[in-house]
Design a protein around this ligand. Structure first.
Ligand code: F6R
Length: 240
């Protein structure tokens, strides 16, 4: 795992945006894996600026989001559909038909998961996947467990994740307890992975990630078995 430490959040976001942009410049029809959460917002802002300045064109790009709460309506302002539209898709020119986000409003989640995985495979995997990391080491919503699921699946969120995400909801009772998420195998099929970590709240897990072997109780350590992962973090998230 390559590690890039940046002075602050802005520099981390810009560094990630430069790598993301080069992927699109080299391969305009790239398949890109996207994450939600606080961490990639700076990256999305940088990409939107590059688009505005005419430096980047998303017209041939295809995207797959990592996850979505379940059940949740697309219009719910806490859904990842809403988040992605607000923070990224409304600001750039990714064609609507090329955007994939698990459907949190489906009444057949098992079929949704199967079709989502099939669709990733139809594109022969993701060229560049953006990931954040949970304080408990989750990637996507692959929570710490004895056994990790390889493919897109419905998962129960852990109390730790529910508490961490309750900052976005009016009350903790409103945080969904389930999600549809790409599995560890879906993520590992990506050709390149950029893992972002920012802020002192991530220091402990980044330290654990870098010092541990592969441990399903720290799902991000699975990335150590991938040949092309870059961790970009800010100084607050990294301890020398
Ligand atoms: C989001 C996702 C999660 C987040 C993680 C970190 O799509 O899959 O794994 O990346 O929970 O969230 P933040 O960035 O809010 O600390």
């Amino acid at each position: 795992m390559r590690v890039i430490v940046c002075d602050n959040y802005e520099k981390m976001s810009y560094e990630a945006a430069r790598i993301f942009a080069s992927q699109i410049i080299i391969k305009p029809n790239s398949v890109l894996g996207l994450a939600t959460g606080s961490t990639p917002i700076g990256l999305y802002n940088c990409l939107a600026k590059m688009y505005e300045n005419g430096e980047l064109d998303f017209s041939e790009v295809t995207t797959f989001n990592l996850d979505e709460y379940y059940p949740i309506a697309h219009e719910n302002d806490q859904s990842y559909h809403y988040f992605m539209n607000e923070n990224f898709f409304s600001k750039v020119n990714v064609p609507e038909d090329n955007i994939h986000i698990p459907d949190g409003s489906t009444d057949n989640p098992a079929l949704e998961c199967k079709n989502y995985e099939k669709e990733i495979d139809r594109y022969r995997g993701i060229d560049l996947q953006i990931l954040g990391i949970g304080q408990n080491g989750h990637i996507g919503f692959n929570e710490p467990a004895e056994i990790l699921e390889p493919n897109t699946h419905v998962t129960d969120l852990t109390q730790n994740t529910i508490e961490a995400n309750s900052r976005f909801f009016e009350s903790i009772d409103l945080v969904p307890t389930k999600a549809i998420t790409m599995g560890i195998g879906s993520i590992m099929k990506s050709k390149k992975i950029l893992l972002l970590a920012s802020g002192s709240g991530k220091k402990e897990i980044v330290k654990k990630l870098l010092s541990s072997g592969i441990d399903t109780n720290i799902p991000a350590t699975m990335l150590k078995a991938h040949p092309d992962v870059t961790l970009i973090c800010d100084r607050e998230a990294y301890e020398d």
